[in-house]
Ligand binder design. Structure first.
Ligand code: MN
Length: 130
């Protein structure tokens, strides 16, 4: 059979967004891991490194920026691409996400028509290097 689909970890504290993104990815056939906080996301990423991480920037406790730094500092997870989920209303978030070293960003609210293509493109580009 064909190789297994890449696993995607979603770190998102908003229940509706988490559900929407999970549904879209599951329908597209991707195995999904869910975390509602950065701390939970880091635990999951370390125990079972995913192929892609979708990271909300604004999380209770540790935020997405701090989580990205920890992922990059850990040799087990440093090669995993991390894409920021940014609020469209917060214009500065997209710029600061790219400056912080995220591999891309997906604006919220999620555009369900383009989401699948965006994910496929991100999985193909992977991480260029440290
Ligand atoms: Mn949030």
């Amino acid at each position: 059979m064909s190789s297994p689909k890449p696993t995607i970890l979603i770190v998102e504290d908003n229940a509706l967004n988490l559900e929407l993104v999970t549904d879209l990815l599951t329908q597209a056939g991707y195995p999904v891991q869910q975390a509602r906080s950065a701390e939970e996301g880091l635990r999951l990423a370390r125990s079972q490194p995913p192929d892609l991480i979708l990271m909300d920037l604004r999380l209770p406790g540790m935020d997405g920026y701090a989580a990205l730094r920890q992922l990059r500092a850990d040799s087990q997870t440093s090669g995993v691409p991390v894409v920021a989920l940014t609020a469209q209303a917060m214009k500065g978030d997209q710029e600061s996400a790219m400056k912080a070293g995220f591999d891309g960003y997906i604006p919220k609210p999620i555009d369900t028509r383009t989401f699948g293509r965006t994910i496929a493109g991100l999985l193909q580009s992977k991480r260029g290097g440290p």
